[in-house]
Design a protein around this ligand. Structure first.
Ligand code: R1P
Length: 284
C-alpha cells in the first residue's frame, strides 16, 4: 500500500501534478519541453480526445491513424522529468483506488521532441539529431538506486574525470534501440549532455565566469568509448536514466537551434521544430 503522502492524488483521483486519470494517457507519449509545443503536435492528431493540465504539465491525448497517442509538456529540467515519469508510471502501474501496485507491470514508449545546442562543427543549426546516450550533469540519479551497464559506467568515468573541476557525479542513460530504429534510423546519433541550467551549466558566460572556461571545446574533444558529445540541453539524461530504471522505452530527438561552435542561432526555429514533429508523427 502506497501512502497518501507518497503518491498524492487530486480530489478527482488524478495524479497530483499531471492532473491525469489513468484513462487520460496513451502508452505512446511524446514529451515536449515547452507547453506551447503541445498544440503544435496535437494539431496533427485525427482527433483530440482529452486536453488536461496543471502548471507547465499540459497533456493532449487523441488518435493518429487509428492509434492512441499523447503529448505531454514537461517544462524545463530533469527535476520536472522526475515528476512526469514517476506520475506516468503510477498511472499505468499503480491501482489509484487501492494505492496498490498492479500485479502486471505495463511499459510505455516516450519520445522527446526537444530543442538543443550543438557542440560540433559537423552538426549545424536546423539539423535534427537523436541521442543514443545522454549524460546528466544534474543530481537527479544520485537519489535513485540503479544498475548501470558497463558501457554507461565507462562513459560516466570519462566524463567525471574530464569535468573533475566541477565536482559532479555524472550519470548516463541510453535510448531504446527499437525506438531509434523506428523513429530515428536516419538521424545523426549522438551523445547529449543534460545540464542543470541554461547559462553557467552549459558554459555560457554572459556576465559571469564558469568553473570550466573551455566547456564547449572540452565537451567536443572527449572520446567516449568511440563516441563523442554532440549537444547540450536540459532533459534527455533524466528521461533516459529514469526510463531505463522503470523499464520504459525512450528516445530523445532534438532540433538543433544553436551552434555553440559557430556561435549562431537558427533563423527559422519554428520550421525545424515543425519538421521534427512531422518526422516523428509520420513514423508513428
Ligand atoms: C531551454 O530553453 C529549454 O529548451 C530545451 C532545453 O532542454 C530546455 O528545456 O528543450 P525544450 O525546447 O524541449 O524545452
Amino acid at each position: 500500500m502506497i501512502y497518501d503522502s507518497e503518491l498524492i492524488l487530486n480530489q478527482d483521483g488524478s495524479v497530483y501534478h499531471l492532473n491525469l486519470l489513468p484513462e487520460d494517457i496513451a502508452d505512446t507519449i511524446i514529451f515536449v519541453g515547452d507547453q506551447e509545443r503541445v498544440p503544435l503536435v496535437s494539431k496533427y492528431f485525427d482527433e483530440i480526445e482529452i486536453k488536461k493540465g496543471k502548471r507547465e504539465f499540459i497533456t493532449h491525448t487523441g488518435y493518429l491513424r487509428g492509434k492512441r497517442i499523447s503529448v505531454v509538456s514537461t517544462g524545463i529540467g530533469t527535476d520536472n522529468i522526475d515528476i512526469v515519469i514517476n506520475e506516468i508510471d503510477a498511472l499505468f502501474n499503480v491501482d489509484l483506488q487501492t494505492k496498490m501496485l498492479k500485479p502486471e507491470i505495463k511499459y510505455v514508449d516516450i519520445i522527446r521532441i526537444g530543442t538543443s545546442g550543438s557542440v560540433r562543427s559537423d552538426i549545424p543549426v536546423d539539423q535534427i539529431i537523436v541521442s543514443e546516450f545522454a549524460v546528466g550533469f544534474d543530481s537527479l540519479m544520485q537519489f535513485y538506486k540503479k544498475q548501470y551497464t558497463e558501457e554507461e559506467v565507462e562513459i560516466q568515468k570519462i566524463m567525471a574525470q574530464a569535468f573533475a573541476d566541477m565536482g559532479m557525479k555524472p550519470y548516463v542513460g541510453k535510448a531504446h534501440t527499437a525506438l531509434i530504429e523506428k523513429y530515428a534510423y536516419d538521424l545523426y546519433k549522438g551523445v547529449t549532455v543534460t545540464a542543470p541550467g541554461f547559462y553557467g551549466p552549459q558554459g555560457r558566460k554572459v556576465r559571469t565566469q564558469t568553473t570550466v572556461p573551455q566547456f564547449i571545446e572540452l565537451a567536443a574533444s572527449l572520446d567516449l568509448v568511440g563516441r563523442h558529445i554532440t549537444n547540450l540541453e536540459m532533459e534527455t539524461a533524466g528521461i533516459y536514466a529514469l526510463s531505463n530504471m522503470f523499464g520504459h522505452r525512450a528516445i530523445s530527438i532534438n532540433a538543433i537551434l544553436a551552434s555553440r561552435v559557430n556561435t549562431t542561432f537558427s533563423t527559422q526555429p519554428q520550421d525545424v521544430i515543425e519538421r521534427a514533429i512531422r518526422l516523428v508523427l509520420d513514423r508513428f
